[in-house]
Design a protein around this ligand. Structure first.
Ligand SMILES: [Mn+2]
Length: 300
């Protein structure tokens, strides 16, 4: 099947070529790297595929918020061949951005330098994290690496994120070495089963309450937070996950919090036969943009 002609411009008409970051509200950065994934790879191809289908979206949120007052600068990709040196480049890029980063993975390891970059940029401020994932990624070492996609949040805590400022939503899969931190580490854990039992509105109220004390809030979204029914195209699909409806509702409920960034990781186009996973990622990104749009409309 050949790709169709795009019906809109890049990022639903919110972007145009060479738009500088200084002059825009969001910076998209792709990190086409899946060398730290432990199961099926393919996430390196996600930035290209997400960008491609962004040309088929309209500049509206689901509730018809007009997004066309906002500008998205697409800064292209930062290729990774060496995790240590190239992660440093990602960190520096994020640390020096003038606007809100939207980072496209890649496997989840690329969030390690994103956290570090946000820390550097917002020095001495309290960084809150909404972690949407089937997995807590709290391993110290995984498959011999401290930079594995299973170690991301552990590295974030070491970088200085306070456990009480982290809300994990959608969890349902664990490594033995993570259990103690999950149960006794002071993190705010909302499993996928909690969401099913308590309802996403109640979970969202808890998340808001926790993140309200933070100076800035970063969202790290592993697409495997979604049930494989909604997002089959990911390295480790875990049954019993969130619905796309629940994730969108949760993100919309964050309006008013000081949102400072989003990363979307682990989308794997080669194992995403209908591309529904790519489209789910795109819808989540657009609803994130819409939260900022409504916020600015509210505050003039
Ligand atoms: Mn995961």
């Amino acid at each position: 099947m050949t790709d169709p002609q795009p019906t809109h411009g890049l990022w639903a008409d919110l972007s145009h070529p060479n738009l500088p970051a200084d002059n825009s509200d969001f910076s998209v950065i792709g990190i086409p790297y899946d060398g730290a994934a432990c199961a099926r790879t393919g996430a390196a191809l996600a930035p290209e595929r997400i960008r491609f289908w962004s040309r088929h979206l309209t500049p509206f949120s689901e509730d018809r918020t007009r997004l066309n007052g906002l500008r998205v600068a697409d800064l292209g990709d930062i290729p990774v061949t060496d995790q240590v040196s190239d992660f440093k480049r990602i960190r520096q890029r994020v640390a020096t951005l003038p606007n809100i980063p939207v980072v496209l993975g890649g496997d989840h390891s690329i969030t390690i330098p994103v956290f570090q970059g946000q820390f550097e940029r917002y020095e001495n401020q309290r960084l809150g994290v909404l972690w949407l994932d089937a997995h807590p990624d709290l391993c110290d070492v995984f498959t011999g690496s401290k930079l594995s996609h299973a170690c991301v949040l552990r590295r974030g805590l070491e970088a200085g994120i306070h456990p009480e400022d982290v809300c994990l939503v959608g969890l349902r899969s664990w490594e033995d070495q993570e259990i103690d931190l999950v149960e006794n580490g002071g993190l705010n854990v909302y499993t996928a089963a909690d969401v099913a039992e308590q309802g996403i509105k109640n979970i969202a109220a808890g998340v808001r309450h926790r993140l309200n004390n933070c100076d800035i809030v970063h969202i790290s979204l592993d697409i495997d937070c979604l049930d494989p029914a909604y997002a089959p195209g990911t390295g480790i699909p875990e049954a019993g996950g969130l619905t796309s409806r629940e994730v969108i509702t949760l993100i919309k409920s964050l309006q008013g919090l000081p949102l400072a960034g989003l990363d979307v990781v682990e989308v794997s186009p080669p194992i995403d036969p209908t591309e529904s996973t790519v489209f789910a990622a795109l819808r989540i990104i657009m609803e994130f943009i819409a939260v900022i749009a409504r916020e600015r409309q509210t505050n003039g």
